[in-house]
Ligand binder design. Structure first.
Ligand SMILES: Cc1cc2nc3c(=O)[nH]c(=O)nc-3n(C[C@H](O)[C@H](O)[C@H](O)COP(=O)(O)O)c2cc1C
Length: 202
């Protein structure tokens, strides 16, 4: 903790994606509020089309790890990640909630959600993802993120009983870091200017 930073600034600067967890016992009750506060986000038009599915049951976590082909990664020398997670959080998108909201009389003059130049549901999903990661960090755990692009998406839907009208944005993992620093090699710290003041070129 740096005393020069606020509590939130410290939390944000300590957060990092960790993909190697220790197998430990952890009271899942402590994590109950994470999902609740993760979805406490602004949503476009207050459509509330972002939901979270939290998985803490050990056998369910093991089955999910198998679906994500964790064994293949372990065979390639990668550490245990998903199966050693204490908890998994799936970010779910209900895109219809946005379209239904924008059909309401008070939105009649707004650009239809079907014509948005930016699909705002992904913005909202990112907000929930970041809330979730920071809430995990606050519990002194480490978070990770895994998309479903290399996974049998339909199989995951079936396993979790998620209707096909929803889209799973991705899975956030929470666990206790093993071999602290093992992820460091993937962090090529090339300085990149990401913040601009007053004008883009400044
Ligand atoms: C939208 C998004 C998708 C990502 N997908 C994956 C993924 O499928 N697998 C993975 O291992 N990491 C994934 N990551 C994690 C990033 O690789 C990670 O955040 C990045 O390397 C920066 O690391 P840091 O958060 O520790 O600074 C994803 C991150 C984001 C924001």
């Amino acid at each position: 903790m740096s005393e020069d930073f606020t509590y939130l600034e410290n939390l944000i600067s300590n957060r990092k994606v960790v993909r190697n967890y220790k197998k430990i016992e952890f009271d899942p009750e402590k994590l109950k509020n994470i999902s609740k506060f993760s979805v406490k986000i602004p949503t476009a038009g207050f459509s509330r089309g972002i939901e979270i599915l939290q998985v803490t049951n050990k056998q369910n976590i093991k089955n999910i790890a198998e679906h994500f082909n964790e064994l293949e990664y372990i065979k390639k020398g990668k550490p245990k990640w998903i199966s050693n997670s204490i908890c998994l959080f799936f970010i779910l998108l209900n895109e219809n909630a946005y379209h239904q909201r924008y059909e309401n009389p008070d939105k009649i003059k707004s650009v239809s959600s079907k014509d948005w130049d930016i699909p705002y549901w992904y913005v909202d999903a990112g907000a929930a993802m970041m809330n979730c990661m920071l809430l995990i960090e606050e519990q002194e755990l480490k978070s990770g993120f895994m998309g479903l692009h290399n996974t049998d998406r339909d199989g995951i839907h079936k396993m979790l009983n998620v209707p096909n009208t929803y889209k799973i944005i991705g899975m956030i993992t929470a666990g206790v870091e093993d071999n602290i620093g093992i992820d460091k090699k993937s962090k090529t710290k090339i300085k990149k200017k990401l913040v601009h003041y007053e004008q883009f070129n400044k």
